[in-house]
Design a protein around this ligand. Structure first.
Ligand code: AMP
Ligand code: ZN
Length: 479
């Protein structure tokens, strides 16, 4: 039995994953702010969370996962106001695009996608409780703030020292006359005509809108309960967002909010933070336009361990394409094993079965060890290399080839890279037709026509590879 262990940011140690209620893992993941298309950095985090989800299921646990959609924040309001449309009109296309992108990347649908706009009453309730307990207070501007000094373990997740925060805060206190302490954070932002246009919600504390942190506390507790198993997000969410979630939720409920906190490191581009002004900002759609597929992007994002920074480059993207090609070629080869290539070897499995067993064991051990994807993939590459050699030597029976294929299908429930989304990569009919024409021309020694076909294929980013089994097309990606 493999026990899944994860690195808990709070305890800074590996901890065994087992459901608090003995039945279902309750996982909360901070979702997208829907003011724009999600970028590949966001998807690095969502792919890591998808691997986490699939691994939990792989180890036989059931899961209930929530991913919120942040449709109320400074950026969504600004977008709606600048475009002169309602908040819903502004965010709806980005919500739709987000789900399209998830499907392209083979990210599994989770059990609930709550939207902040639908949870205002739950947020108001939490804020009222915090006011009653004397932990929240009304600032000079009518906004409601959380007094962090009232929560004695504030800073315990990000390992920040409350005293440091207070010192830092007192230096800035002169500009922050609305709050008692500059490090306090907002729970309810009082309405401001100039800033908020026509967008506000009514509340017992006057018109306004919730702060971002209370949104996640309310959605998490409303759907998953006071105590949840795992809370995940990118490392930038750790402070202050997750720290504030703990302070809000625990002060309200009196229970431990989260058992295991897990954070993924950032994706950088050419070792720099992605930004539009540096010209190194990519959405999934940008990469698709360059000819990569969802599977390529998924593999690239998946194959670096989540606690290591991932430096995105187009060379790295090409390496992902090549790795997938190796797997694809292998799968193709396995499906072509027939009685002749196998020399009629029909006997019971011996070699492949033990190779599969070994690969499976290594794969499981690696994933159980804080999702060590590099080792998990290495076990599969070893298997590919060894079985390929056996196929070369005609030692693999049809039955064995099928067993290996079944094994890869099983593993793909966790990885989602071998079979998912492959159909979309099929070569378009017109391109296949051009290749056929070129083959015909060559057979008739019509070199002019065959060259013309080759050039036309190249214009459409397809290179011809002549192999022993005939010509094959290879898609080239634009950098
Ligand atoms: P946001 O839409 O900014 O609230 O971010 C949604 C999720 O993406 C959060 O979990 C962030 O931590 C994560 N995220 C944002 N930028 C990056 C990045 N460059 N690399 C990895 N994760 C990121
Ligand atoms: Zn959140």
């Amino acid at each position: 039995m493999n026990w899944l262990r994860l690195f808990n940011t709070e305890s800074r140690s590996l901890e065994k994953v087992s459901p608090l209620d003995g039945k279902t893992i309750r996982l909360y993941t901070c979702g997208p702010t829907v003011y724009n298309f999600a970028h590949i950095g966001n998807f690095r985090t969502y792919i890591f969370e998808d691997l986490l989800r699939r691994t939990i299921k792989h180890f036989g646990m059931s899961i209930f996962q929530v991913m919120n959609l942040t449709d109320i924040d400074d950026k969504t309001l600004k977008g709606a106001i600048e475009n002169g449309i309602t908040l819903d009109e502004f965010t709806r296309p980005y919500k739709k695009a987000f789900f399209e992108d998830l499907a392209i990347l083979g990210i599994e649908r989770v059990e609930a996608y709550p939207e902040a706009t639908a949870y205002i009453p739950a947020m108001i309730k939490l804020i009222q409780r915090l006011l009653e307990k004397g932990i929240a207070y009304s600032g000079a501007d009518g906004s409601i703030y959380y007094a962090i000094r009232k929560f004695s373990t504030y800073g315990r997740l990000s390992h920040l020292n409350l005293e440091d925060l207070k010192v830092g805060a007192s230096e800035r206190i002169a500009d922050e006359y609305d709050k008692e302490n500059a490090a306090d954070f907002v729970l309810w932002k009082a309405y401001d005509l100039e800033r908020d246009g026509k967008i506000f919600w009514q509340s017992p504390f006057g018109p306004g809108r919730p702060g971002w942190h209370i949104e996640c506390s309310a959605m998490a507790m409303d759907i998953l309960g006071d105590s949840i198993d795992i809370h995940a997000g990118g490392v930038d969410n750790m402070f202050p967002h997750h720290e504030n979630e703990i302070a809000q939720s625990e002060a309200c409920s009196g229970h431990r909010f989260v058992k295991i906190w897990i954070h993924s490191e950032h994706l950088l581009v050419d070792h720099k933070k992605m930004s539009k002004s540096l010209g190194n900002f990519y959405t999934l759609r940008d990469l698709l336009q360059k000819g990569y597929t969802g599977r390529h992007v998924r593999f690239m994002l998946l194959s670096t361990h989540y606690r290591t920074q991932l430096n995105f480059t187009f060379q790295g993207m090409q390496a992902a394409v090549s790795s997938l090609e190796r797997f694809d070629d292998f799968i193709e080869r396995l499906s072509q094993v027939d009685e002749q290539t196998a020399h009629g070897k029909m006997g019971p499995l011996h070699n492949s079965a033990s190779l599969i067993k070994e690969a499976y064991q290594k794969f499981n051990e690696a994933l159980a060890d804080d999702l060590n994807i590099s080792l998990a993939l290495a076990a599969l590459f070893d298997l590919v290399r060894m079985v390929n050699t056996q196929i070369d030597q005609k030692e693999v029976s049809v039955h064995e080839a099928k067993e290996v294929l079944n094994f890869l299908r099983q593993i793909d429930q966790v990885l989602g890279i071998f079979f998912v989304g492959k159909d979309e990569e099929e070569i378009p009919i017109e391109i296949q037709e051009l290749l056929r024409k070129r083959e015909e021309a060559r057979a008739r020694k019509n070199w002019k026509l065959s060259d013309e076909c080759r050039d036309l294929l190249q214009e459409q980013s397809y290179l011809i590879e002549d192999t022993l089994k005939g010509a094959r097309l290879k898609k080239v990606h634009k950098l």
